[in-house]
Design a protein. Structure first.
Length: 459
């Protein structure tokens, strides 16, 4: 639009210039003035154009400068934004790393806490298990003790033991009856002492018992019942420390129990009776027919084992007993059994060769388990009287006897020897046998035995 007006102005100027040319001739001065005016105008125009150009240039420069500044500013802003973005990204990564580390630490802490809790729970469980085992053991022991006491006070048992002992100890019971109601003087005391000695209680016990009696009752009138009870009390004193309930479920596994004794003392029968009791109590046992001399001995143990439902390990007659015992213990270990009950051939304590063979059996057992045999039970026949003392001595030296069983107390005159043994040897008396049947094996009770021995009634 400006350009169009310019064109029109230029056309108007041309027209004016043409008109002037058509004008009449001017004088030289007028012409010069006209030309000067034209030159001035032209200069003025040029001046204006220059000024405009300059202004335009300045404007352009300013524009360029401003554009440059704007570009620089935008670049700066862009850079700032980039930096900010970068920083944000970096900060984000750091935060993410921090969060990850925190999460990892939390996970570890949780794991540690869980592990600690699991450990504590396991420890608590172990403790509870141990307590429970201890409680069960105590319960079993209490039950065994209660059963023992009940049996000890059972009139049937007392009568049985009493018949045997009193029949047998007739010398003692009748002798006491013969003493009657007497004054407890020197003579009576001496008579009483002799009576005790001849009843197998031994000189030491006889002396001690009479001495104690005289201390409290010397020169006093004493009735037959009174003397029986006083005697029973004195004998109980001697026997009481030997009264010990044996708990085969305790200790090593397998617990290895060896039965030793002279011929016919009751070893095989006692193992059979114990096996029956253990089976009732749920023990996993193995019976070993270590008496390889007699076929009948193997057969006898097998009958007991079959009856109780407990396996019996045996070898043909004449086989090496130590070899059989070795194999039996290995089997019991492999099968994780609770108990191994080993029968042995009867042997007289003065037969060196047979005693050496027993020694070999013990050595072989020790090879497999240095702590075994855990029990070496000497089975004594009450009917042999004083000879039982030398049996204890010999088997203790050869086989390391740890406890005693006395059998056949239902029919003997000589049960008194158990008092002499209790006095001489610090060996627990585990059981007594009062018959041939499974139920005829009883835990030893010092009171019951003492009362039966002197013919005192329970109470
Ligand atoms: N009355 C009675 N008899 C018993 C008792 N204990 C064992 N007997 C019997 O005594 C005899 C011998 O018993 P065993 O168990 O064979 O004796 P053992 O010690 O194994 O004998 P050997 O193997 O020959 O050394 C058998 O007839 C048993 O029944 C008991 O407490 N009372
Ligand atoms: Mg036998």
């Amino acid at each position: 639009m400006i350009l169009w007006f310019g064109k029109k102005k230029k056309a108007d100027e041309m027209k004016a210039a043409g008109a002037a040319m058509e004008a009449p001739e001017l004088s030289a001065d007028e012409l010069a003035a006209q030309q000067a005016e034209a030159a001035r105008l032209a200069e003025e125009k040029a001046e204006i154009e220059r000024a405009v150009a300059e202004a335009n240039k300045a404007w352009e420069q300013r524009q360029a400068r401003e554009a440059e500044a704007a570009a620089a500013e935008s670049a700066r802003l862009e850079e700032e934004a980039r930096r900010a973005e970068e920083a944000a990204a970096k900060a984000g990564a750091e935060e993410a790393a921090r969060l990850a580390a925190e999460a990892e630490a939390a996970r570890k802490a949780r794991e540690e806490r869980d592990a600690a809790r699991a450990k504590a729970e396991a420890e608590l469980k172990l403790l509870a298990d141990r307590r429970e085992a201890e409680r069960l053991r105590a319960e079993r022991e209490a039950a065994a003790r209660a059963a023992m006491e009940a049996e000890a006070n059972n009139p049937g048992f007392m009568a049985r033991l009493g018949t045997g002992l009193s029949r047998s100890s007739s010398r003692l019971t009748q002798g006491l009856a013969a003493l009657g109601k007497r004054k407890l003087d020197e003579d009576t005391l001496e008579e009483l002492q002799d009576l005790l000695i001849t009843s197998d209680l031994g000189a030491k016990v006889a002396a001690r018992v009479t001495k104690n009696l005289s201390k409290e009752r010397f020169d006093r009138e004493i009735s037959e019942d009174e003397i029986r009870l006083a005697l029973a009390e004195e004998i109980t004193e001697v026997l009481k420390p030997r009264e010990k309930v044996v708990d085969f479920s305790d200790g090593s596994r397998p617990r290895i129990v060896l039965f030793v004794g002279v011929n016919g003392s009751g070893k095989t029968t006692t193992i059979g009776k114990i096996a029956s009791k253990l089976k009732e109590q749920g023990a996993r046992a193995l019976l070993v027919a270590g008496d390889t001399f007699r076929a009948a001995a193997i057969e006898q143990l097998t009958v007991w084992g079959d009856r109780a439902g407990i396996p019996v390990m045996s070898k043909p007659t004449g086989a090496d007993a130590a070899g059989l015992v070795y194999e039996a213990i290995e089997k019991a270990k492999a099968e994780d059994l609770d108990l191994v009950l080993i029968d042995t051939a009867g042997r007289l304590q003065n037969k060196a060769e047979l005693m050496a063979e027993l020694e070999k059996v013990v050595r072989v057992i020790r090879k497999l388990d240095p702590t075994a045999p855990h029990d070496v039970i000497l089975v004594l026949d009450a009917t042999v009287g004083q000879n039982a003392l030398s049996q204890v001595d010999a088997f203790r030296q050869t086989a390391g006897v740890t406890g005693l069983v006395m059998t056949k107390l239902d029919g003997t005159a000589k049960g008194g020897v158990l008092v002499a043994i209790a006095e001489a040897y610090d060996l627990p008396i585990h059981f007594i046998g009062i018959g041939e049947k499974a139920e005829d094996l009883r835990p030893f009770s010092a009171e019951a035995f003492s009362r039966a021995l002197v013919g005192a009634t329970a109470g």
